[in-house]
Design a protein around this ligand. Structure first.
Ligand SMILES: Nc1ncnc2c1ncn2[C@@H]1O[C@H](COP(=O)(O)OP(=O)(O)OP(=O)(O)O)[C@@H](O)[C@H]1O
Length: 863
């Protein structure tokens, strides 16, 4: 009998007793077990994991059978105490927590290595055994042991080659039957090539979702797969399907929200192009159908299209890359009905509007407008084809294959209508887009030896001025001069060519950012529930993925910093808090190590000598340049193992997802993000259209966007500090929710279906700590219940008067009376910890009374 079935029968027995409670003879004497020892803890008992795995074994004794041969295996995953450090308490978005054992000071290479890679569990010792063999190019290949001599083994590879390798480069292979297990926890041998083989095998059969314990791994199919739709959604809703799926994650978040009343979050991460945005949309779709017909489902779904048009663009990594972070709070009333949503966005990549790498595009909406606007609209906006605008044609990429921009524009108009964005507001938005495009066509001519310029009178400037609703002369002046105040006098200074171009671009970017923010406000207004009737929510986070391009600038460092923060959140919940709870409740537990990214976060956030602080400090010196900035970084950060200064104003950061080379040019300017007071005024007084102009005016007064900052102002307002502040707020918001994680994986860099690049996928699996998650899920106790609650629920089974006994004695007595195997649970100071969910324990007929808690809190919940 397996441990699971033993528990099933014993708990079934317990539940039978529950049903028979009234018939139970009153005089049956309860069999009281001896009181447990002090600290409420049973004698140490390690649960035996399925098959051969042994927690805590240094040199393992697990046994496995391969064919007719029994082989001796070694398990070396556990036993290394290396728990990661908590974030710096003085500068952290989290509530202060007790400090844990410090990360060992190992060489950096060690920390970035996948801990289980070489120590995948076993060193096979018998002939003919199937093994994974690490090739000189680091790929893993299947083979059979031919002979063993000392430390070396000769392996017959599946491709016919024969290889002599060191035995430490061999790992055990799972039986074929486990090739496509839906949860990696079911693998007998947990090692890198086996995990890869499983996800690859599933991927080849269009099973793009696999579970790694509580985490869902989603591999981007890059094609339509028959995994979605109302029938399938209904199957998940009615619990008829339990295969790994986004629907299952959304369903479990919804159930947890309804059951516990606690807000939930679904955190979707992965590198650029891994499928986060699509996954977020699938999640939303499922949630709105779960939440019943409220009339605003379609509105919410359509907002995705609007946001993608204005906030997504083609990059070299992804034809539809989100260039902003998005948090969508789906709100439900007490009856679980979906009743509204609120969207929060983070740091739109604004430079894309005026400049980007060759082969990439600006925001989709520009091309859609040019291709799809009606004749009347075109005339009104003096709109030309996309290739007539400098801002669009400069990167040699006007189209995306298989995408019809004109058709997308019609879809956008429809989405705007469904989202109840008024016709007038729509027209205002299109007017601003056209103004931005015309601004890009404004040219300057040099008028003196000092390179001072004036604006060339052209269709560009007249159209831009007209669309913005200001005088042509006003715009010309704002773009070619700058006014300073010296005492009571104001001095007008002419701009040089490069200053004028920067000013024009800054104006265009600002208009676009204002437009984007304004649109989010409009959308939020439209999705708002009139009377706030809700106190429950599920928040979906879809933030731009980790990026490493040929050239990486200020935007990339912000994006990658955000991903570091998110990774820390993941580590904190999957590894730190989970293991802390075991330790604090005193159960027998051997720490599972994981790759911590605290050092990289320190590099960014430490004060006063972190990257962001140094950037702010340097930005506040008017004389500072990108060169003085890089020197400062080298001077102060060289000691951090995640930092390496390079030549030509560049530096490297060792992120959790890989190393990125950053080019500091433009860092200071982008961090300062100063708007010249002249054109803030210009914008504020433009007759753009009623509401829009007043919105700009509000913003300009709000943030006091004027020149001549003091350095203290700058610290509050620099882009880096603001972004860090936003991320901290985001983390605090996520901390108040129960998280559910989805890790998206990109199978290849070509955005092609059916192409699975082993090394690339492996790298991503390593980064998200999949192996460690499986280890912790396999060895851990995900289902918990407080002694008190367990005693209240089950105590009557053996005690006449539950109130007269202490909860711990009752709990232990019940477990012993019903022969629950000691390997299946541990008794902590305050809780009982179970390794299996109630799904193992109760019959189908009981499911309506018991819901499974796949998060953390308790073993059972009662309806
Ligand atoms: N579940 C899916 N089914 C079919 N195609 C998908 C799926 N998920 C992603 N894709 C394809 O992959 C492309 C990239 O996905 P997506 O835009 O969601 O990536 P992302 O991780 O959000 O990237 P970024 O960080 O750059 O925004 C999509 O445009 C779509 O073509």
């Amino acid at each position: 009998m397996t441990p699971a079935s033993a528990v099933r029968s014993s708990l079934e027995e317990m539940l039978d007793s529950l049903r028979r409670r009234d018939e139970r003879p009153k005089d049956e004497p309860p069999a009281l077990p001896p009181r447990p020892t002090s600290r409420g803890r049973l004698p140490s008992q390690r649960r035996s994991l399925p098959v051969d795995f042994k927690v805590g074994a240094k040199e393992g004794e697990g046994r496995a059978v391969d064919g007719d041969e029994e082989v001796v295996l070694t398990s070396r995953f556990f036993g290394n105490k290396r728990i990661a450090r908590m974030p710096q308490p003085e500068d952290s978005p989290y509530v202060k927590m007790p400090k844990l054992e410090k990360y060992k000071d190992e060489p950096l290479d060690e920390k970035f290595r996948w801990v289980g890679a070489a120590a995948g569990g076993s060193v096979p010792k018998k002939k003919k055994l199937r093994v994974w063999c690490r090739l000189p190019n680091t790929d893993w290949e299947l083979g059979n042991i031919h002979s063993i001599k000392g430390e070396d083994t000769v392996v017959l590879l599946s491709n016919g080659n024969v290889l002599r390798v060191s035995t430490k480069n061999l790992l055990p292979v799972n039986p074929d039957i486990l090739d496509d297990v839906d949860d990696l926890i079911k693998l007998s041998y947990l090692n890198e090539p086996s995990v890869l083989r499983t996800v690859k095998c599933r991927y080849s059969r269009d099973m793009v979702y696999t579970k790694a314990g509580n985490v869902l791994v989603a591999i981007n199919p890059f094609k339509e797969v028959p995994l979605y739709g109302s029938d399938l959604a209904a199957a998940y809703r009615e619990k008829k399907d339990n295969r790994p799926h986004v629907y299952a994650i959304a369903d479990s978040a919804y159930n947890a929200m309804m059951r516990d009343g606690a807000n939930q979050s679904i955190i979707i991460s992965g590198e650029s192009g891994a499928g986060k945005t699509e996954t977020a949309k699938i999640t939303m779709q499922y949630l709105v159908t779960l939440g019943g017909r409220s009339g605003i489902e379609n509105k919410v779904i359509q907002t995705n299209f609007i946001l993608e048009a204005f906030g997504n663009a083609k990059t070299s990594r992804n034809d539809n890359s989100s260039r902003f972070g998005k948090l969508t709070e789906m709100q439900f009333n007490d009856g679980g009905k979906f009743c509204g949503a609120r969207i929060q966005t983070f740091l739109l990549e604004k430079t894309r509007v005026v400049q980007r790498e060759t082969g990439e595009r600006s925001y989709h909406v520009f091309y859609q407008l040019c291709a799809g606007a009606s004749h009347i609209l075109k005339e009104k906006l003096n709109l030309k084809a996309a290739d007539e605008y400098e801002y669009l044609k400069q990167s040699d990429c006007l189209r995306i294959s298989c995408v019809d921009d004109a058709q997308r524009f019609h879809m956008l108009m429809e989405a705007l209508n469904i989202a109840h964005i008024s016709k007038e507001d729509q027209e205002n938005a299109f007017t601003m887009l056209a103004a931005v495009l015309w601004l890009g066509n404004i040219e300057f001519q040099v008028i003196d030896a000092e390179n001072h310029v004036e604006v060339v009178s052209s269709e560009g400037v007249t159209s831009a001025a007209k669309l913005m609703g200001c005088e042509v002369s006003e715009l010309m002046l704002a773009l070619s001069t700058r006014k300073f105040h010296a005492g009571k006098d104001s001095i007008i200074e002419k701009l040089t060519l490069s200053q004028a171009i920067d000013t024009r671009n800054a104006l265009a970017m600002s208009v676009y950012v204002f437009l984007f923010d304004w649109l989010i406000q409009k959308i939020n207004k439209s999705l708002e529930v009139g009377e706030r009737q809700t106190c429950r929510s599920i928040t979906i986070l879809d933030i731009y993925g980790f990026e490493s391009f040929h050239r990486n600038g200020f935007e990339q460092i912000c994006i990658n910093y955000a991903n570091e923060r998110l990774q820390q959140h993941f580590n904190r919940h999957m590894f730190k808090l989970e293991q802390e709870e075991y330790v604090q409740d005193g159960i027998d537990w051997t720490t599972v190590e994981f790759i911590d990214n605290s050092e990289c976060l320190d590099l960014f956030e430490k004060r006063p000598l972190g990257l962001l602080s140094l950037l702010d400090e340097e930005s506040s010196f008017p004389e500072a340049t990108d060169l003085t900035f890089i020197n400062k970084l080298k001077q102060h950060l060289d000691g951090n193992p995640c930092f390496k200064g390079e030549g030509r104003g560049a530096f490297r950061v060792r992120h959790y997802a890989g190393e990125v080379l950053y080019d500091t040019s433009g860092f200071l300017e982008k961090n300062r993000d100063l708007l010249h007071s002249d054109y803030v005024k210009l914008l504020a007084h433009c007759q753009l259209s009623g509401l829009f102009a007043s919105y700009i005016l509000d913003r300009s007064q709000d943030t006091n966007l004027i020149r001549q900052f003091t350095s203290a102002d700058l610290l509050d307002r620099s882009v880096g500090s603001k972004f860090k502040g936003q991320l901290f707020k985001l983390m605090q918001c996520l901390e108040s929710t129960t998280p559910h994680f989805i890790r998206c994986i990109k199978p290849n860099n070509n955005q092609l279906p059916g192409m699975f690049e082993n090394e690339h996928v492996l790298q991503q699996l390593r980064c998200c700590g999949v192996l460690e998650i499986v280890k912790i899920s396999k060895a851990g106790y995900p289902f918990r219940i407080a002694h008190q609650r367990f005693a209240e629920r089950y105590g009557f089974l053996i005690f006449e008067n539950v109130a007269s006994e202490d909860p711990l004695s009752i709990a232990v007595a019940v477990l012993q009376k019903f022969n629950v195997l000691p390997e299946m649970y541990q008794v902590g100071y305050t809780q009982l910890f179970f390794s299996h969910s109630t799904d193992f324990c109760i019959g189908e007929h009981q499911k309506s009374h018991y819901t499974r808690d796949s998060s953390h809190s308790e073993i059972l919940s009662w309806s």
